[in-house]
Design a protein around this ligand. Structure first.
Ligand SMILES: *Cc1c(COP(=O)(O)O)cnc(C)c1O
Length: 374
């Protein structure tokens, strides 16, 4: 090494994300324009903001007016607080944090059982299992009222989570809303009505299922520019004007010509049917490219779609660039994003890979560095 930091080999990027904080903020405003001013918004920034980077995303959202953020666990909340976030932070899915952590990092806990309520000394939100069968109490409204009345801390919010809100053929969401309303009614009747009632993630916001909104909504996916398609003839059209905030790029390590009949990659699962030019990308399944995209997926090369050929390897992916004669080693291609009128988003990638867009986004490995753009 000659000591010049700009010559350091690691300044070469194999694969990286460009995250538009302006688009994150625009997506937040789109949620605001749908829910109006009487409903508060608690963006969900768990899993490192669906891999967009929780610290940068949270600061952008705070600047846009967000007064609440939701994370899954104390570590995520503590990291945000240590980065200077002043918004309220709800810890949705952890063990009840020790009082020390709650005070030190000013985190707001979620109680998931009636026993939790008895141990709390700070304002909390109570999760009701209204039928999802995951976290939350399944106690009766009377039992819940008694436990809250006997507790020492303030019940600030009551929440639930829907299991099937995109499915308009299922009665499950209506049943969950009815159950939630019964609990809220019992609390109000006992003079224990909470300041916040919240139940809706992105989907009930996007499809305007106002009965599920309460006075606070918890969008995650929508903040990053995505809404899952709804199912059923009665499904309304989504009303949110949002766009993906993330572009995923990879560098070309090598470009080479293969003769007819050449086999490509592990298992030789692709055979060149004609003379073919391939590019080897510096990203593989260790970076989060789904292995199932082998011989199936596509990437964007200079504004054109180029097929993935052969198996996706751990650190490398091969693509057919016969139609892109100008591509050179060192150039960048797009795994997710849009260019020249073509685009690939996480939903399209997920469909081809047989998974869901959430999993594609969260599956982007931490070693893929992030660059923030306007
Ligand atoms: C993840 C999560 C959300 C956000 O869901 P999206 O579908 O990403 O909007 C909301 N509430 C809870 C409890 C969650 O776990």
């Amino acid at each position: 090494m000659n000591g010049h930091p700009d010559k350091h080999p690691h300044s070469f990027r194999r694969s990286w994300l460009e995250v538009s904080l302006g688009q994150i903020r625009a997506n937040y405003r789109a949620v605001r324009s749908v829910v109006g001013l009487s409903v508060d918004i608690m963006p969900v920034v768990k899993a490192d903001a669906y891999r967009h980077g929780a610290v940068a995303v949270s600061h952008a959202l705070e600047a846009e007016g967000a007064r609440w953020l939701a994370v899954s666990n104390v570590e995520e909340g503590a990291a945000l607080r240590q980065s200077g976030i002043t918004a309220r932070i709800l810890v949705m899915a952890d063990f009840l944090p020790p009082p020390g952590a709650l005070n030190e990092f000013q985190l707001t806990p979620v109680a998931h059982t009636l026993e939790d309520i008895a141990t709390l000394r700070t304002p909390y939100h109570l999760k009701i299992d209204t039928g999802m069968g995951r976290l939350g109490t399944r106690a009766t409204p009377d039992e819940i009222v008694r436990a809250i009345a006997a507790g020492q801390a303030e019940l600030e919010g009551v929440m639930t989570h829907f299991a099937s809100s995109a499915n308009y053929e299922s009665p499950q969401t209506e049943q969950q809303i009815a159950h939630f309303e019964r609990v809220l009614e019992a609390l109000r009747a006992a003079g224990l009505g909470p300041r916040y009632a919240h139940a809706s993630s992105s989907i009930p916001v996007a499809y305007r299922r106002t009965a599920g909104w309460g006075n606070l909504v918890r969008p995650g996916h929508a903040i990053y520019g995505y809404v899952s398609p709804a199912r059923g003839a009665a499904a309304p059209a989504p009303v949110l004007d949002i766009r993906p905030a993330l572009t995923w790029k990879a560098s070309v390590l090598a470009v080479k010509d293969l003769p007819t009949g050449a086999l490509i990659g592990y298992g030789g699962i692709h055979r060149a049917a004609r003379p073919m030019r391939i590019a080897v990308l510096a990203a593989g399944y260790a970076d989060g490219i789904p292995h199932r995209l082998g011989n199936r997926g596509q990437v964007i090369v200079q504004g054109k779609l180029a097929p993935i050929v052969g198996a996706v390897s751990m650190d490398l992916t091969t693509i057919d660039v016969t139609a892109c004669p100008e591509l050179r080693a060192g150039d960048a291609v797009m795994l997710l994003g849009s260019e020249g009128g073509v685009s690939i988003d996480a939903q399209q990638m997920a469909r081809v890979a047989g998974t869901i867009s959430y999993s594609v986004l969260c599956g982007i490995h931490a070693r893929v560095t992030r660059v923030y753009v306007d």
